[in-house]
Design a binder for this molecule. Structure first.
Ligand code: PGA
Length: 251
């Protein structure tokens, strides 16, 4: 049975004190969430360490939002997988559309990052998704397939045990416009087919595929009821502990 997960991507929000308070507020309600639903928060680098401390003894796991594409050395401003591991991260988000769009994240760099993350025993939340023009042109399935294959061509069925896919249509991120449950399910089922073609149906069945893009308490239930939607990668709504937990209670 594949795992259900609700992950909060805090992006470049919260200062250290706000972050600790938010992490503690999530922990305070985490026990309400059923055992089969994993909770992850991804604070900014600067307060991963202290947010991680706030999570100790709870079911909530810690994720980074990105990592360097090199293991160590002269890469000013970058943060390595070993550094993330040492502050208690169990996960890193990779390939978020904001990184692809604003910071030149290429599939080639992503492959390096995923390799490093897996070697450091970090789980990976790998983001894929089409933009509005691509959807309007009817290319959404092809774009998502290409993005998924470009990275996963380099990995094995065994690696897929540590990789979660997040489908995030760019036009739905932070816009208040959610994909309908049918639109999202169409892509999730398609991603699972792409995975099945490469790794076999049994492996594909076990991969957790999250939906992201204006997911909130009011729409999570309908999204999570879809066969191939195994949870959410939550941006804006993850900045309020009550909304985040409410979403996690929506299965
Ligand atoms: P949003 O962001 O929930 O604010 O749309 C989701 C994401 O980008 O991960």
């Amino acid at each position: 049975m594949r795992k259900k997960i609700v992950a909060g991507n805090w992006k470049m929000n919260t200062t250290r004190p706000d972050g600790i308070e938010l992490a503690k507020a999530v922990v305070a309600r985490a026990a309400e969430v059923p055992a089969g639903v994993g909770l992850i928060i991804a604070p900014p680098f600067t307060h991963l360490c202290c947010c991680g401390k706030a999570l100790e003894g709870s079911k909530v796991e810690l994720s980074a939002q990105n990592c360097a594409d090199h293991a160590k050395g002269a890469y000013t401003g970058e943060v390595s997988v070993d550094m993330l591991k040492a502050v208690g991260c169990q996960w890193t988000i990779l390939g978020h559309s904001e990184r692809r769009q604003y910071y030149g994240e290429t599939d080639e760099k992503l492959v390096e990052k995923v390799k490093l993350a897996l070697a450091a025993e970090l789980g990976v939340i790998l983001c894929v998704g089409e933009n509005l023009d691509e959807r309007k042109a009817g290319k959404h399935l092809q774009i998502v397939e290409d993005q998924t294959k470009a990275v996963l061509a380099n990995f094995s069925a065994e690696d897929m045990k540590k990789i979660v896919i997040a489908y995030e249509p760019v036009w739905a991120i932070g816009t208040g416009k959610t994909a309908t449950a049918q639109q999202a399910e169409e892509i999730h089922a398609y991603i699972r087919k792409v995975l099945a073609d490469k790794f076999g149906a049994a492996v594909a069945e076990d991969v957790t595929i999250l939906y992201g893009g204006s997911c909130k308490p009011s729409n999570a239930k309908e999204l999570f009821a879809q066969k191939d939607i195994d949870g959410g990668l939550i941006g804006g709504a993850a900045l309020k502990a009550d909304d985040f937990i409410q979403i996690a209670l929506s299965f």
